[in-house]
Design a protein around this ligand. Structure first.
Ligand code: SF4
Length: 271
C-alpha cells in the first residue's frame, strides 16, 4: 500500500460519526469558554495521539489538508513571517486560501517583517490580520516604567504576545504552528497533532519533520517571499529589541533574547 493510500485509510477510519470522530466536544470547547479553561479529556488526547501518529510520515501539504478538512473554518494560523511560516502560507494559499492567518503585532516588529505582510497580500491575495495588545508601545512602556524587554522579557512576551494569542484562540478550535523539531530540544518533542493546553487548542505542526534545508529549498524552488533580514545575518527574526545577527556556527535561534536564558517567547512551550 502506498504512503498516500495508508494515510487515506488512517484518516478515513477516523472520519465516520461517533465517539471516535468527536475531536472537539462542545463541553470541552465552546465559543464562550476562555481558551485557558478549555481542557482535553483523556479520550480526546488519545484520539489526537492516534491522528498524530497516522500523520507522522505525511507531507506538510497532506497534514494541512487533514487540518483544513477537520477543523475549518475554526482552523487558523499565527505567523511571525519566518521562513517556515512563509512556507505554510504558500501551501495554504494553494490548499485553503480562506484560512484565517494572523500576526501577533507586538509593536516591536521590524519594518522588514511588516512589509512581508504586504507582500503576502500582493502575491497570494491573503490579508494577514494583525492582532495587537490593548496598550500601544508608548502606553505600555509608560505604565511599566520604560522598556520592559530590557529587564523582563518574560513579562513583555506574556503581555504583548501570549495574552494576545490567548484572546485570539477563543475564536478557533485548532491552529497551525510552523515549528520544526530540529530547531531546539523543546521543539524536538512536538507531535504533528497535539493538545495545546496553554491556549486550549489543537495544535498542528506540519513542518515538524522538515529541516531547514527543506524549508529553504521550497522557498527557492517556488520563489516564496521571505524576510530580507535573513540575507543580512539574522537566522531567526523576532521583535527588533530581542533579535541580533548570528555568527557562523551559532545555533539558528541564538540571536533571540541574547544575554537572557530565555529561548522561546512562550507560544511553543507548555508551561
Ligand atoms: S520578543 Fe522582546 S519586544 Fe517582543 S514581546 Fe518579547 S520581550 Fe517584548
Amino acid at each position: 500500500m502506498t504512503q498516500a493510500a495508508k494515510l487515506e485509510a488512517n484518516i478515513g477510519q477516523a472520519k465516520p460519526a461517533g465517539p471516535q470522530l468527536r475531536i472537539l466536544h462542545p463541553s470541552e470547547i465552546t465559543d464562550s469558554a476562555p481558551a485557558a479553561l478549555r481542557t482535553a479529556s483523556p479520550e480526546l488526547l488519545a484520539e489526537l495521539k492516534r491522528e498524530s501518529l497516522a500523520l507522522e510520515t505525511a507531507s506538510p501539504q497532506e497534514i494541512l489538508r487533514w487540518a483544513v478538512d477537520r477543523y475549518a473554518p475554526r482552523f487558523s494560523m499565527a505567523t511571525a513571517f519566518g521562513p517556515e511560516g512563509m512556507t505554510i502560507i504558500h501551501m495554504l494559499a494553494e490548499l485553503a486560501p480562506e484560512t484565517p492567518i494572523f500576526n501577533l503585532d507586538t509593536g516591536y516588529q521590524f519594518n522588514e517583517t511588516l512589509e512581508l505582510r504586504e507582500e503576502v497580500k500582493r502575491r497570494y491575495g491573503i490579508t494577514v490580520e494583525l492582532k495587537q495588545p490593548e496598550l500601544s508601545v508608548e502606553e505600555y512602556e509608560r505604565e511599566n516604567g520604560g522598556r520592559v524587554y530590557t529587564h523582563n522579557p518574560e513579562k513583555c512576551c506574556q503581555d504583548r504576545k501570549i495574552k494576545v494569542l490567548a484572546a485570539a484562540a477563543a475564536g478557533f478550535d485548532a491552529w497551525a504552528s510552523a515549528i520544526r523539531r530540529d530547531q531546539s530540544d523543546d521543539r524536538a518533542k512536538a507531535p504533528i497533532v497535539g493538545w495545546d493546553k496553554k491556549f486550549g487548542l489543537v495544535k498542528i505542526s506540519p513542518l515538524a519533520n522538515w529541516n531547514k534545508q527543506q524549508v529553504w529549498k521550497l522557498i527557492t524552488d517556488e520563489n516564496i517571499p521571505y524576510n530580507p533580514l535573513h540575507d543580512q545575518g539574522y537566522t531567526s527574526v523576532g521583535c527588533w529589541p530581542c533579535t541580533r545577527k548570528t555568527m557562523l556556527g551559532e545555533d539558528e535561534r541564538a540571536g533571540r533574547w541574547s544575554g537572557f536564558a530565555k529561548t522561546e517567547c512562550g507560544l511553543h512551550t507548555s508551561d
